[in-house]
Design a protein around this ligand. Sequence first.
Ligand SMILES: [Zn+2]
Length: 348
Amino acid sequence: MQNFDVETLVFVCYNLRPSDLLSMACVCKYFNRVLNEHISPVAELIWENSRDKFTIFKDQDPPEAMTQKTFAKLLTFEKGCQFCKTKEETLTVYWIPGVRSCFECMVPGVICLDILQSTFKLNDEVLGLVLPVTPSLSESPHYWIDQVNNTIAHLMDADDNKLCEINNLRIGMGDKCREVQYYERWMSKLRKTHLRKLLSRFHAEIKEETLFEVQEDYEYKTLKNEIETNPFLVQDYGPQFEQYKSRILQIARRITENKIIQTQKLVIKYLKRLTYGSKRNSPKQTLSIRDRRYRYFSLCNSFRNPPDIINDDQFLTNLLREAEQLDASGTVVPNFLEVDGALKVGTL
Ligand SMILES: [Zn+2]
């Protein structure tokens, strides 16, 4: 792999999505080094370019202490929760501690302020060096347990040099807090604008009547809810958008097919009322079961794609005319009045 031409590799990387770059960095040590911002001069640009080019998280620098790679990795929503891989609605980026997680996976890793103060007797010396989990999990602040433990360990073996560093850190906590709030606001604003854009693109690419047809369908409602609660899972020009679009069209097709089957059942009922066997039982029965045209009905367009209104003379006239045309054209169909024919019709 080391013989791989760096220029070609960089060119390839410039055309890859962040999720592909992340996979690539795991392929071998050489790729990993090229994509490592600490040792490769081109890595920062590669990650930034990929995020700008292929995701909605563009025109935004990472937080001060975060590399472009970590920023891009954090925003790779299509990979789901970092811990359990779920793509459920609670999936979000927690800027403190800096993970993409679902709510369920966050809970075991946090501890609430009351317990830290009352049970563990943590004072402001420690708490002044850690920020609560953002966005917050509930009304009372929670802290990431690993961060609290690391801070305590850091304080315990602090010499004079480290104490100076810790003091600077304490002074900088206000800025850090403002930075986290900034990214939280950025993400929530982006969520709204992206959802708006996504829905308007669905409306632009799917016919209005199709969206009207599916709007009460349970599967569509679940799908819409999925998009609305976590729009970041669907990039507007990514493969996920096409997947969602084709799922909506499938739902519409299923609804149309069901409607056709229901209408065909009504057509059969209607024809039954008009049909007589050996003798007429009512004056309304005008069609003999032995009429040659009868056996063609199931092939007629009026039956296969029935109109909304079927209980009228026009429907019957069309159906009989189409059956006559099929008969005249020499189309062969089994005669359902004979045993063999009935069996064949039954398996059609
Ligand atoms: Zn999870």
